[in-house]
Design a protein around this ligand. Structure first.
Ligand code: IVH
Length: 653
């Protein structure tokens, strides 16, 4: 009897703990700040399900907490915005598969943020009236102004595009950030940590200009309020009225679903697509059957998400290094014994902040489980066996010994060095400058060494480095040293927007630098501008304007010194330019061409084309020079045309 009581108490305690963790992690996830992987989260739910299968948390969609604390006005959802039930194995899939279901549609489960778009008829057009988050499924947040900043979301749709004329209709889908966009953004904004988490934070933002600057895209996966018979009809309809439907294949649900799953898993690990997915969605195609199957409080029965399980490996945590970024934020990085997962050797993973270290309960010497999040980014998932003592954030900056500051924002603790002369901050700023000014082949370690030796202290000094310096410091041989100096010299002519972006002024990233360069045309005009003039430019808020002005003032000497070394040239600054024979075509270069890559890329842009950062099926042409990389095989596999430099030139005939 006593034992029974004890057991009950223990299980109540466990339920309570799990409930707390689940509520917290839902809140963090839906506010765009997840601290654990999807699988770690799912495992919390599984543990709770095992002891309390009817817990009310399983009925909830989204996060009540986020909605409660939200200051956006509320929008009801009719019908409800449900979630998806998920499976991890073929057996679980077959358990789900409704007997009557034959034809299905499979789509990638895009790792983004669900939104609803409501269109209302106004004369001859349908107008985007409301854009809303999912919230708790019944009520979401009104984020219309932010939604309007997302690419691929039409603000108006011609009524004539539809074959019927309802008063209103809804489109639902996923806002997400392209990997290629994230690659650019993460260099500009230290606050964006992961491609997959950036969408919610960008949509649930108080300032639509921030949403715009982030550059999100949208995949549509459903349309409601029109007379269609199948999911496939819906996708075609969505495409015909100007949306980008999520990729869809019509399949037989009973017919080798595991092969379809594997194909997508391969596609994910080979990074074929420019977006992250965390599984695939199987849906009954016939809408009358889909509707007849009905829903639970949480999900429709006619659809299932088959989620990828990432390969997990055990290793030992050896050290946590505290790495200082150019904003002074100090990030913990876990260093562990080398492991090989999903095609890559891994030795470290960022832990992002103090809260994550605490949450995982990490200690040096612990056996830990490591995976590649989304099949790509290394991540410490959990502690398998605790051996070491807990990790304590350093009380002084590892680079300059200034006392560190702990900040706590929305329950997330971060560590900072507030010393504006911290050598690590200065080094990180120099590295940012080198990247943004596209000085090629200069290793981070080289800059670090030259900085430590006192040869490079500010950007202008980079241009004063000599062949002798490099030869003597790096024992590199004359040829290599000369090549590096050539690269540095090649970066003496850069456009205004590149320079602005390279200065590392908070909020002044690529897009804003381009806007400013287009507006002011020359640096003097920008340096002499007033806050009011900046605010008058579309997309610049007061706070941003202030940061730009202060940032430029603070860097006055750095800029003056730089202008003794570099020349600001006008390249193609009008990034919206779309005319020319390469109009709207996308290109990527692999191998060596007859001219420097940057020159060819500038040439392409000048004639209306744009440059992609990776091979995907959305790429129009891969330009192949001598000694090409693996991109060629990838392009061939995806059916992307591989052309030579001559063939590029022939496009102008
Ligand atoms: S179908 C009842 N298709 O995943 C919802 N959802 O975890 C039917 N998602 O709420 C949605 N990609 O936000 C569908 N290709 C896709 C999706 C997708 C991502 C999201 C959606 C849903 C969540 C469930």
């Amino acid at each position: 009897m006593e034992d029974q009581k004890k057991n009950n108490l223990n299980s109540d305690k466990k339920i309570n703990e799990l409930e707390k963790s689940i509520v917290l992690h839902r809140k963090l996830y839906y506010s765009g700040n997840p601290q654990i992987t999807d699988e770690a989260y799912d495992s919390l739910e599984e543990q709770l399900r095992a002891i309390a299968p009817n817990h009310p948390l399983f009925e909830q969609v989204g996060s009540e907490e986020v909605l409660k604390e939200s200051s956006f006005s509320k929008v009801p959802h009719e019908p409800k915005m449900l979630s998806l039930n998920k499976v991890y194995t073929l057996e679980e899939y077959l358990n789900w598969l409704p007997k009557e279901a034959k034809e299905g549609v499979v789509t990638p489960k895009v790792d983004g943020f669900a939104v609803k778009l409501a269109y209302q008829k106004q004369g001859s057009v349908y107008v985007l009236e409301t854009g809303a988050t999912r919230g708790n499924g019944s009520v979401g947040e009104d984020v219309t102004e932010n939604i309007k900043q997302v690419h691929d979301i039409p603000h108006e749709i011609e009524a004539s595009a539809l074959s019927e004329a309802p008063e209103s209709f809804q489109v639902r889908g996923e806002c997400y950030m392209k990997k290629s966009r994230f690659a650019v953004l993460s260099k500009e904004e230290d606050s964006v940590e992961s491609c997959r988490n950036v969408a919610p934070g960008s949509i649930r933002n108080k300032d639509p200009r921030v949403t715009k600057q982030r550059g999100l895209n949208f995949f549509a996966y459903n349309i409601l309020g029109l007379n269609t018979e199948t999911m496939t009809d819906n996708f075609h309809l969505l495409a015909s009225i100007g949306f980008v439907p999520v990729e869809h294949q019509t399949i037989h649900l009973q017919d080798k679903p595991e092969e379809i799953f594997k194909q997508w898993d391969t596609r994910r690990t080979e990074e074929v697509d420019d977006y992250y997915i965390d599984g695939i969605v199987f849906m009954v195609n016939d809408l009358s059957l889909f509707n007849a199957l009905g829903t639970t409080a949480h999900h429709p029965r006619g659809a299932i998400a088959w989620k990828f399980k990432s390969e997990e490996t055990e290793t030992t945590l050896r050290e946590v290094q505290w790495s200082v970024s150019r904003t002074g934020l100090i990030n913990p990085v876990g260093i562990y014994d080398k492991v090989f997962i999903e095609g890559a050797n891994l030795t470290n993973a960022t832990l992002h902040n103090i809260s994550q270290v605490k949450e995982l309960g990490l200690g040096i010497g612990d056996r830990i489980v490591v995976a590649r999040q989304g099949g790509v980014i290394p991540k410490i998932i959990r502690v398998k066996e605790s051996k070491g003592s807990p990790i304590v954030p350093p009380s002084t900056c590892p680079a300059c010994s200034w006392e560190t500051t702990v900040k706590n924002e929305a329950g997330i603790e971060t560590l900072h060095c507030m010393n504006s002369n911290c050598p690590a901050v200065t080094k990180a700023k120099l590295l940012h400058f080198i990247r943004m000014m596209e000085i090629e082949d200069i290793a981070d370690s080289m800059i670090s060494k030259l900085f430590d030796a006192g040869l490079i202290l500010e950007p202008a000094d980079i241009y004063k480095v000599t062949v002798d310096d490099i030869e003597s410091f790096f024992k590199s041989g004359k040829k290599i040293a000369e090549k590096l100096i050539n690269n540095i010299n090649a970066a003496r002519k850069r456009s205004l927007h590149q320079l602005l972006n390279a200065l590392g002024i908070p909020t002044l990233g690529q897009k804003l630098s381009e806007d400013l360069a287009n507006h002011f045309k020359n640096l003097d005009a920008l340096l002499n501008t007033a806050e009011e003039e900046l605010v008058a430019i579309e997309g610049i808020a007061q706070e941003t304007a202030q940061k730009i002005i202060v940032g430029l003032q603070d860097r006055k000497t750095i800029i003056d010194n730089l202008l003794n070394e570099i020349e600001i040239v006008s390249l193609i600054q009008d990034t919206n330019r779309k005319d020319g024979p390469l109009q709207e075509k996308t290109f990527l270069i692999t191998g060596t061409l007859s001219k420097p890559r940057k020159e060819i890329e500038a040439f392409i842009k000048e004639h209306g084309g744009s440059i992609k950062s990776s091979v995907s099926k959305n790429l129009d042409y891969l330009i192949c020079g001598s000694d090409p990389g693996s991109k060629v095989q990838k392009a061939e596999k995806l059916g992307v045309p591989v052309i030579t430099e001559e063939e590029l030139v022939e496009m102008f005939d």
